[in-house]
Design a protein around this ligand. Structure first.
Ligand code: SF4
Length: 320
């Protein structure tokens, strides 16, 4: 069964429904075989290159939305700092630090569902500043209209990041303040404008394997080239504070499943890596991931870029 899934992935075909069921039910002692096959798929499409990206939380907190996992919702009693948009200068300084640490993509991320007009103009200046450093400049700034993407592209934008978070069927359990179609519209607008689009989700929210597969199918249908995979870090004060961290074996199986379902997509492991893979932060690469977010996440600490880079080198990967 694993051989058949591997052959299909190498031929850019996803597993069948029956194969997906087998993959989910495969006994844990056979996980190494599954991971080895997932690595072969990564090798075929990405070689030994592991993409490193970094972000800055450029506007924090005070978000009106109620995403259950998020420390930045104004509806949750968390101690996350709140501050307005940091502006182009500080964004460029953060990008310069990320570049020095080895990142090739840099994302400017803001809390909230949209930016105001003045902030958007400043964002364009920030994008130009990041691009001037020789980094791919990405934004993750909530919902975007087609005209917004064009303005950002004129300033030097490379990519738009907009996570769907979870499957449509599970989304109402996670967020009630906006609908799934609005997020899909943003992803489609960015793809239509020719931007490099990162869109994925966060796992360990209480969703089942059906929802994980449903999300992968949605992403495959959209044709996004890059899929961030986040694992929940339960934050005190949020509705998901009491959820357990995802088990390592489950996280590895999930990444392998996404590698088979999205063989050509960059799978970038982001938030939650230090929690799930505490003693071996690069272990997730054994499941076929092809990218890592390095440095701190929006509201939680990440891995030190220097140690990620050194670790990659020791393992024979190229940071790209
Ligand atoms: S995930 Fe984004 S939209 Fe949702 S609460 Fe957090 S900052 Fe707001």
């Amino acid at each position: 069964m694993i051989d058949a899934i591997l052959r299909q992935a190498l031929g850019k075909q996803p597993p069948t429904d029956r194969q997906l069921s087998c993959l989910i039910e495969l006994p844990e002692e056979r996980l190494p075989e599954l991971l080895a096959a997932a690595r072969q798929v990564r090798q075929a499409f990405f070689g030994r290159s592991i993409g490193l990206c970094a972000i800055v939380n450029a506007r924090s907190g005070r978000c009106a939305a109620d995403c259950a996992f998020c420390a930045q919702s104004a509806r949750h009693a968390t101690d996350v700092p709140s501050y307005p948009f940091i502006g182009a200068q500080k964004a460029a300084e953060a990008a310069a630090r990320a570049k020095a640490a080895g990142a090739t993509r840099f994302g400017i991320v803001t809390s909230g569902e949209r930016l105001g007009r003045a902030e958007f103009a400043e964002l364009c200046a920030a994008v130009a500043g990041v691009k001037a450093l020789g980094l791919a400049a990405d934004v993750s700034v909530g919902f975007l209209e087609p005209g917004d993407v064009a303005r950002l592209q004129a300033a030097g934008l490379s990519g738009v990041h907009h996570n769907l978070e979870t499957a449509r069927s599970f989304f109402p359990r996670i967020c009630t303040t906006h609908d799934y179609d609005t997020a899909l519209d943003t992803v489609r607008a960015a793809l239509a404008a020719g931007a490099y689009v990162c869109s994925g989700g966060i796992f360990g929210l209480g969703e089942g394997w059906d929802a994980r597969i449903e999300l992968a199918e949605t992403l495959r249908g959209l044709g996004v080239p890059s899929v961030p995979i986040n694992f929940l870090t339960p934050i005190p004060g949020t509705p998901l504070a009491g959820r357990p961290a995802m088990a390592r074996a489950e996280a590895l199986r999930l990444v392998a499943l996404y590698r088979f379902m999205l063989p050509q997509a960059h799978l970038r492991v982001c938030g939650g890596r230090p929690l799930v893979f505490a003693d071996d932060p690069l272990e997730v690469l054994t499941a076929g991931a092809s990218g890592l977010m390095t440095g701190d996440y929006l509201t939680t600490p990440g891995e030190r870029p220097e140690s990620d880079r050194e670790g990659l080198q020791k393992l024979g990967y190229e940071a790209g």
